[in-house]
Design a protein around this ligand. Structure first.
Ligand SMILES: C[S@@+](CC[C@H](N)C(=O)[O-])C[C@H]1O[C@@H](n2cnc3c(N)ncnc32)[C@H](O)[C@@H]1O
Length: 264
């Protein structure tokens, strides 16, 4: 699917703009998904003196964790957002304002490159991925994580299914975010000549009112105005899905998370 025509804005300009609710949402994102990310990074093996790159670090929970794993190394944590970077301090943590779609790094400069919930938001993501691969040292690995939308398609809850599908259409037409692309990730990594390519997709049940459902509640809340003004959902449809996501009687699959990795 091409997502590069007639985009309205870049990530963070209006949608996902950094205000207090967005900061809370990113914090929740870390609380919910860090265990999954750190388990796979640990399994792939982060050397104690590795030089790491965390792209689109957000609140920096993974960058801080990586820094704790590399006492003899360093973690460069990038983001577009200066306010997020300002909080990223630590002895072997280097915050850097860097737009991964255009700004360079020298070839072969990192042992570990990680990006979570970043690539699918970027138009031109294939080019970004190719450039990121070139920043890896021989023997180094990269790992990407992205949401994958397929559990939504089979949801037995029409209000949830419809609202999530419409939300993904909103971010696709506005920013270019492709919520379905991650399924192709291992194929792309193999085509780019990476070795030891692997991938895993995690589907999680969520209960209304639980942390994962709350993350999606906050996500829909954040986009409420654009969803309604853009004709994607009615006010009632937004209220209905929000009620569901906070109803302890609601159980359903959340969007899946795909992790994919490869070694240079
Ligand atoms: C959904 S958040 C994920 C944050 C973090 N990776 C996590 O999983 O908790 C996406 C992050 O990518 C950053 N971002 C978006 N476009 C970027 C770009 N072109 N270059 C660098 N960072 C970018 C955003 O500012 C935001 O902090």
């Amino acid at each position: 699917m091409t997502t590069e025509t007639a985009l309205v804005e870049k990530y963070g300009e209006t949608l996902f703009a950094l205000d207090a609710p967005e900061r809370n949402r990113l914090t929740l994102l870390g609380e919910v998904f860090d265990p999954l990310s750190t388990a796979t990074l640990t399994r792939l093996g982060v050397g104690r003196s590795a030089r790491c790159l965390e792209v689109g670090a957000g609140t920096g929970s993974i960058a801080r964790w990586l820094a704790s794993q590399v006492p003899g190394g360093e973690v460069v944590a990038t983001d577009l957002n200066e306010a997020l970077l300002a909080r990223l301090t630590g002895p072997n943590l280097v915050p850097l304002r860097h737009d991964v779609t255009v700004d360079p790094f020298p070839e072969s400069s990192f042992d570990v490159i990680h990006a979570r919930f970043v690539l699918s938001h970027l138009p031109g993501r294939l080019d970004v991925l190719r450039r990121m691969s070139s920043w890896l040292r021989p023997g180094g690995f990269l790992m990407f994580e992205s949401f994958s939308w397929f559990p939504i398609d089979s949801s037995p809850h029409p209000a949830y299914r419809h609202a999530m599908q419409r939300w993904s259409e909103l971010i696709l037409s506005t920013i270019g975010t492709d919520s379905r692309w991650s399924r192709a990730l291992p194929t792309v990594l193999a085509e780019y000549g990476l070795a030891d390519v692997g991938a895993e997709t995690f589907t999680r049940h969520m209960r209304g009112g639980g942390p994962l459902a709350e993350f999606w509640w906050q996500t829909l809340r954040m986009s409420r105005r654009q969803l309604i003004d853009g004709g994607y959902l009615t006010t009632q449809q937004v209220l209905d899905v929000q009620r569901l996501l906070r109803d302890p009687g609601f159980w359903d699959l959340a969007p899946a998370v795909t992790q994919a990795w490869g070694r240079r």
